[in-house]
Design a protein around this ligand. Sequence first.
Ligand SMILES: [Zn+2]
Ligand SMILES: [Zn+2]
Length: 206
Amino acid sequence: MALSLCGLRAPSKPEAGERWAARTAVLLGPSETNYVAKRTPSAVSRDTLNTDKLEEVKKLFTAHLENKGLRKTGERYAILEEIYARSGHFDVEELYAGMKERGLQVSRATVYNTLDLLVEQGLVSKHQFGRNLAQYEKSYGYRQHDHVICTECHKVVEFCDPRIHGIQTMVGDLLNFHILHHSLNLYGICGDCRAQAAARFSASST
Ligand SMILES: [Zn+2]
Ligand SMILES: [Zn+2]
């Protein structure tokens, strides 16, 4: 079965797949800006809303609410729309503040419990990037990716390497697990922070 990962199509033969993964990982290196997006925690940018995708997500959410016997309130759908109109990572307070700013009436408690429902259903992913507040991002229909986090400036960079999916599948087969999702965060000090530290060091030693 051909896998579509990182927006690319992998060959179906395993040996060919291995070579493909090695080649693709090079393609997906930091210089390939198409595949690597820098995201700062405070950056708020908005995506052009794909209405077809939003309708699909809404349908899935409706089914989930019905399944759980929960009310299909306008507030909950407004939160879902706000999330799918955003690009990048955000925390619950940023989401709440963004909605208030745009004149949308929602309670903080509803934002919290709707996020929980969306995470539970896999429509939103939740990350702990080593800070107190969890970060969220929309996940339905979006490219699978992992994160590199700067421990100094808290910048988050996304990357996609199809070999990680290969490991997930292999470990699942080996240990007889049906793997649902994974979380991989790499922590380090980014180039900008290292350059700043070097500049401070040379300034203090002259
Ligand atoms: Zn940094
Ligand atoms: Zn991300």
